[in-house]
Design a protein around this ligand. Sequence first.
Ligand code: GLN
Length: 496
Amino acid sequence: MSPAVDAELEKIQNFEGKYPKQLWYLFLSEMWERFSFYGMRGMLTIFMTDKLLLTEKEANLQYGATQAFVYTLAFVGGLFADKILGFRKSIFWGGFLMILGSFILAYDPVNLFYWGISFTIIGTGFFKPNISTMVGQLYRQGDTRKDAGFGLFYSGINIGALFGGALCVDIGKHHSWNAAFSLAGIVMTISLLIFIFTKRTLGPIGLSPIRLKFTPKKIKMIDLAVYLGSLLVIPAIFVLVKNTKYTDLFMYTVGPLTLLYILYEMTQMNKKDREKMVAALIFIIFSIFFWAFFEQAGGSLNLFAAHNLTDNVLGIKIDPNVINNSSNSAFVIMFSPIVGLLWLWLAKRKMEPNTTVKFGLGFMFLAGAFYVFYLTRFYTDGHGIASLNVFTVAYLVITIGELCLSPIGLSIMTSLSPQRLHGVMMGMWFLASAYGQYAAGILGAGMAPINDKASLSEKLISYTDGYKQLAIYGLVSGIVLILISKLVKKLMHEVH
Ligand code: GLN
């Protein structure tokens, strides 16, 4: 980097106070993007079973596939950003594709469903990891304010998810699906406009890594090739989501290949950097399991909510799918500052758990939450309709688990990897989500009643049996993490 560029970056990273001002812009842009994303996510299984007339099993699998591709392409999006486009152009292109996808769905959701979804999948891949990486780059290596920055950013994610998750499904179910998908498109446009109007404050952060290597004309050609290439992938995504057996093949190949690539990169590093990458990989692998359970939210829990729950929380009438889609986000917004303060309070007393123990705690809460989902079967009206209050408590518990793991995961991806791999590692973090989502679909389909004409009581038993199993696996994972925490701490060196 030139000295002028260095100085500009230093000026950003030397910010005073708790948060850099650029964080607020990225926060807003991500907030609207997540509104659109979670709005869509919350509609998928309901739309698939109600309008596309898929069985619950098929809906679970196709839902898992769409989400798996979203996050797999986040890895690809991170890679292209690191090597060619830079974060800014990637975000622009991704946002643009997401807008197109939403409006395709708004135009004709039944007939163009898989086309619209394919555009948004590719778009999210370019957008999502890169905005998170830019947050990481606002901080100098070792700046202790970074975790708090990601905590705030995570609240932005969830404010968007809260309103998107609640409004879209409500409009779709009770008014019009076209309007619900249009809303997703409109808010995504707001997200992109915010990014476009504020990106000049980012100094050199997110510029293309090849901008000094080639002539502007050549760079335009290369960019164009990436854009065209990504458009060509859309029909492939279309086929893969529709035929989930191809998804299996794709998932079996992509993970091992990316792992090989990371291992190759690791052979080029010194021992200390390599060990830090090993620690990052351990977190990434555990997070796969976390998301596989957690992401029942958009799949099996959404269907469970649609059929097996009352519409009453603490005496207030509310659609159970709205609770399913939004309570998690509402709890993140409420509890994220409290959990942040708790870590600080513990840190002052030299009692703050290290990252691995926090991950372990994340799993313990996850296990507790699934146990509460299981318990819903004991709070019913006798005809298979269970208490929405108990279900909401489970979301509270799962959220505490998420806060022990997810924002911290984002933050350490940029702390544990060298700068030239920031985008890829953030992509790897999301790739773990992809595998989680994929497994979530399979797990959800396994829990779904075999017979779609099953009675409500049979459905209740079928899903809650599955949740009990997940509680046990979650508990075991948490214990393993806590047992290996000393070893991982060593691998992380000074990062904690
Ligand atoms: N809820 C977070 C987000 O939307 C984490 C998602 C994930 O990594 N699976 O960014």
